[in-house]
Write a protein of this length. Structure first.
Length: 105
């Protein structure tokens, strides 16, 4: 069940990060509220994960790196950010790091 909560935490963290751009430095009320709501939900999900999975370093590393990779992909697809070989290799390394933390623990 903790994998479900971890996935929810990652999704909420990604949604919160997506809302940061339209919040325009917290000058726009509705997107700013969504930033705080989604990050609150993300951290709440992490608390639930940590009730079962004791290694906070592994949980946080998976949460943060998965969110980072997803946001980078969204930046490429949604915001038309440039795709470079360095970015692709770096994203692959993030994914390999997540897999390594879980598979070889």
């Amino acid at each position: 069940m903790y994998w479900f909560y971890l996935a929810l935490g990652i999704i909420f963290e990604v949604l919160g990060t997506i809302c940061m751009k339209p919040a325009e430095g917290f000058t726009k009320l509705v997107p700013s509220i969504f930033v705080f709501v989604f990050y609150g939900l993300a951290l709440g999900a992490l608390v639930l994960v940590l009730k079962r999975m004791q290694e906070v370093s592994v949980v946080y590393a998976i949460w943060a790196s998965a969110g980072t990779a997803i946001i980078a992909i969204i930046g490429i697809l949604w915001y038309k950010e440039p795709v470079t070989p360095t970015k692709i290799v770096s994203l692959l390394l993030i994914v390999l790091g997540i897999l390594g933390l879980e598979l070889f623990d």
